[in-house]
Design a protein around this ligand. Structure first.
Ligand SMILES: [Cu+2]
Length: 277
């Protein structure tokens, strides 16, 4: 098999495998290979960057090095080459094997930095919605500053609290509801140590740093439930502060927001803590 055919087969495999293995949007599956399906422009970019661009580059390099090693092992084995060359330096060769990898890194860096920049730059002048997210040891709290007083904490659900069909270690007692197809500005910070708010299907991962307000945006393009986790080792219960986001229609979002506001001062603040002012 020629190297090019090998590259082609592997590129097809890495594209076909997620399609075969991954049918559920918004959550990872057992034995999943590859990313979750993209539901946002940022995640579309990440899919392109890895599947189409970076993976073939890696395959070409890996196969080139593998074939070079195989050639050296066979051609210069002791039986075939009893008197090894005493060469220790070759300036031209050293310039080439330093220069070419440096060029490859620059070629990779250009689209990579562009995507990072796009992820943190809201493509519209004003977002449709802003959510402020604060990490705590070990839960997340959410504020919707566009809706005065709409704020709540989201704690993990224990195994005995899960509703039918809810995933273990990913479901929370309060859902972050967002409207579908709207530009949402996420402002992320922390109350104690560094956490990171990550929602893989939306291509969002941003550190929550105490004393600092980090900003990123998302636009979820299909309704559904999306799960994420804290992605910065933050202490004992780092694995127990999941993220549960539901994308709904504008009308459903309005209903939800009004219900939340109407429950202001409600006794059941274990589920929804509404500001008492
Ligand atoms: Cu954390």
């Amino acid at each position: 098999m020629t190297p090019f055919l090998m590259v082609a087969v592997l590129v097809v495999a890495v594209h076909a495998a997620p399609a075969l293995a991954q049918e559920t949007v918004g959550i990872s599956e057992d034995w999943q290979w590859g990313f979750q399906p993209a539901v946002s422009p940022s995640m579309d970019d990440i899919h392109w960057f890895y599947d189409v661009f970076l993976f073939p580059v890696m395959m070409v390099i890996s196969i080139f090095v593998l074939l070079l090693m195989a050639y050296i092992i066979v051609r210069y084995r002791r039986a075939a080459n009893p008197q090894p060359s005493g060469t220790t330096h070759n300036s031209l060769l050293e310039v080439i094997w330093t220069g070419i990898p440096a060029l490859i890194l620059i070629v990779i860096a250009i689209p990579s930095l562009r995507i990072l920049y796009d992820q943190e730059t809201l493509p519209v002048a004003e977002p449709d919605l802003t959510i402020k997210i604060t990490g705590h040891q070990w839960y997340w709290s959410y504020e919707y500053p566009d809706f005065d007083g709409l704020e709540f904490d989201a704690y993990i659900l224990g195994d005995d609290e899960l509703a039918e069909g809810q995933p273990r270690l990913l479901a929370t007692d309060a859902t972050v509801v967002v409207p579908v197809d709207k530009y949402i500005r996420l402002q992320i910070t922390s109350d104690d140590v560094i956490h990171a708010w990550a929602l893989p299907a939306a291509g969002v991962k941003m550190d929550a740093v105490p004393g600092r307000l980090n900003e990123i945006w998302m636009k979820i393009d299909q309704p559904g439930m999306y799960y994420g986790q804290c992605s910065e080792l933050c202490g004992l219960n780092h694995g127990y502060m999941p993220i549960m986001v539901e994308a709904v229609s504008d009308a459903e979002f309005g209903t939800w927001a009004n219900e939340q506001l109407a429950s202001r001062g409600a006794a059941d603040d274990a589920v929804v803590t509404v500001a008492q002012n």
